[in-house]
Design a protein. Structure first.
Length: 190
């Protein structure tokens, strides 16, 4: 029996087509998807930058400050309407309670926002890996979303805490949160 002088086996038409598709997919990734992934990774890494946290802290502090001013004003109006002497211990204690509650809410809100931003950073890195592996990615909140959700959480937390107080403080909390809703919704353009 004779030996063939040809050592290689020719590719079939199907194999050639599959190779062409593989090259096309590789080129599509390199030219179209990889730049997007690289940009995503760059933006994700920038989200962990100290200046982003500083901006987030400033936004949260501004919202909590507005909330504090609204709450104190509402409490003062409610106490004045009830005829409580502004120099009395009860009046001062009520304002002090509001201040303490606001400090707690502010600290909790800031911590929650920072944790959320850090979670978004980690999720963003995971998304960059998923893109490289041609898997689906998850949505990640931007800084403005984190700040808005944190402000909403602060409002609800304060409402819950103050509504647990005595009737006078409860009335003040309701009055102040209505004013706060108006102030924040006006601030957000809603």
């Amino acid at each position: 029996m004779g030996k063939s002088s040809k050592a290689e086996i020719d590719e079939t038409e199907e194999q050639k087509e599959l190779a062409a598709i593989a090259v096309e997919k590789f080129n599509y990734f390199e030219n179209d998807l990889k730049p997007v992934r690289d940009l995503w990774l760059k933006e994700t890494q920038a989200g962990n930058d100290g200046s982003k946290f500083t901006n987030l802290n400033g936004s949260i502090n501004a919202d909590v400050s507005a909330l504090t001013n609204e709450q104190l004003t509402g409490t003062q109006k409610q106490l004045n309407a009830a005829g409580i002497d502004p120099t009395s211990g009860r009046y001062q204690a009520s304002l002090g309670d509001v201040g303490l509650e606001m400090a707690e809410v502010g600290t909790e809100t800031l911590s929650r926002a920072q944790n959320t931003q850090q979670d978004n950073y980690v999720a963003g890195l995971g998304n960059a890996v998923a893109m490289g592996e041609k898997k689906s990615v998850q949505a990640v909140d931007g800084l403005s979303d984190v700040a808005a959700k944190s402000a909403d959480h602060a409002k609800q937390t304060l409402r819950n805490k103050l509504n647990a107080k005595d009737d006078l403080t409860t009335g003040a909390a309701t009055l102040a949160t209505v004013g706060l809703d108006t102030a924040l919704n006006g601030k957000k353009g809603g």
